[in-house]
Ligand binder design. Structure first.
Ligand SMILES: Cc1ncc(COP(=O)(O)O)c(C=O)c1O
Length: 345
């Protein structure tokens, strides 16, 4: 749909943080007696929940994060929502939540966007609409076991451009003191417990002046896993390299950038990456929905420091990949892989 006629909320779009701004509506579906209800669009930002809900005690919850954009020609599009639907289903299965069917996921996302069109940031501001689907175990239960009832909800919030004054490369610290996941755990799922477990490593990094921390595989502490909330990519000559691991979240941004890299004629490799190998990388990036690519200018590993490019600006390959992906998202470059889904009210 064309959104040009919709009066936008009065927000300073270009300076919005990656934070929570209340919007008008959210969409809710309930799972009871073996089936999902139809969706309800509600304005209440609070949920009423039994204090004995298993999501609160045992962390039986999973979530997603994706973005919608206004394109140059005034359409509202959401980026690869079908991939998020599949990933949420995988997370659900692993923690015994009835998977949210793709049709319900996509309908929830579309309804939440359509109900909050005035919060979709105008094209050209660099801002976007962040979408947070969430599924939680509800109902009262005290013994450990899957909940009997669930709530799937989708809310949206406008977020500003991640890089307000151009790319800002950051330095990363390899944290070996704590793990965010176990070798046979749920590190490849987007479940709340992983993030609670990861807070310790992130705070450890922050206290030492590292905005981002890098985890190694939890079994051998030898191979690169991922950053706290983003995947690792390395560029070496004409290669796009990302770690193959069962304990990392399969990033949809990484998957998309790998396709773009191949389109650009790069050699794409997904394989184990020994931490010692990064010394020879030309560029390193942290990739995910929030920032697309955060250039990493150095990695501190034990008593060594690996550096990549300039601390002032992103490398040429990361810049090209970033530019292409963000232009596809905003309709300024051909969507040749069918990644955009148009939202119709
Ligand atoms: C642990 C973790 N890894 C990677 C990512 C990046 O995934 P995506 O590109 O799908 O946002 C995220 C963010 O969702 C994350 O939380």
């Amino acid at each position: 749909m064309k959104s040009a006629k919709i009066e936008k909320a009065k927000l300073d779009w270009a300076s919005l943080p990656f934070g929570y701004v209340a919007t008008d509506y959210n969409v809710r579906y309930y799972f009871k007696e073996g089936k999902w209800s139809g969706g309800e669009t509600v304005s209440d930002v609070n949920i009423s929940l039994s204090m004995a809900a298993p999501s609160l005690h045992y962390g039986q919850q999973a979530f997603e994060g994706l973005k919608a954009f206004e394109t140059a020609d005034g359409r509202i599009v959401v980026f690869r929502a079908d991939e998020n639907a599949l990933r949420l289903q995988r997370s659900c299965e692993r923690i015994f939540i009835p998977p949210v069917p793709t049709e319900i996921f996509l309908e929830g996302v579309e309804r939440a966007i359509a109900a909050n069109l005035k919060f979709v940031p105008p094209h050209g501001t660099g801002a976007s609409l962040y979408i947070r689907p969430l599924v939680i175990g509800t109902g009262a239960k005290v013994g450990l076991g899957p909940a009997d009832e669930y709530l799937f909800l989708v809310f949206v919030t406008p977020v500003g451009p991640y890089y307000k004054g151009g790319f800002k490369p950051v330095k990363a610290l390899v944290v070996e003191e704590f793990d965010r996941t176990a070798p046979l755990g749920v590190g490849d799922c987007k479940v709340g417990g992983n993030y609670a477990a990861g807070l310790r490593g992130s705070m450890y990094g922050h206290d030492r002046d590292y905005p981002i921390v890098l985890y190694l595989d939890p079994r051998e502490k030898k191979y690169i896993d991922e950053f706290s909330t983003s995947n690792f990519i390395g560029i070496k000559e004409n290669g796009y390299i990302s770690p193959d691991s069962l304990t990392i979240l399969p990033s949809i941004t990484n998957k998309s950038l790998a396709v773009i890299a191949a389109d650009m004629g790069m050699k794409v490799e997904k394989r184990k990456v020994d931490i010692a190998e990064v010394e020879g990388f030309d560029e390193v990036g942290a990739v995910g929905t929030a920032a697309v690519i955060t250039p990493i200018c150095s990695i501190k590993y034990r008593n060594r420091e690996f550096t990549f490019g300039s601390p002032e600006s992103a490398g040429p390959v990361a810049s090209k990949l970033y530019d292409r992906l963000t232009k596809i998202q905003t309709g300024e470059y051909e969507d040749r892989h069918g990644w955009l889904r148009e939202i119709r009210p």
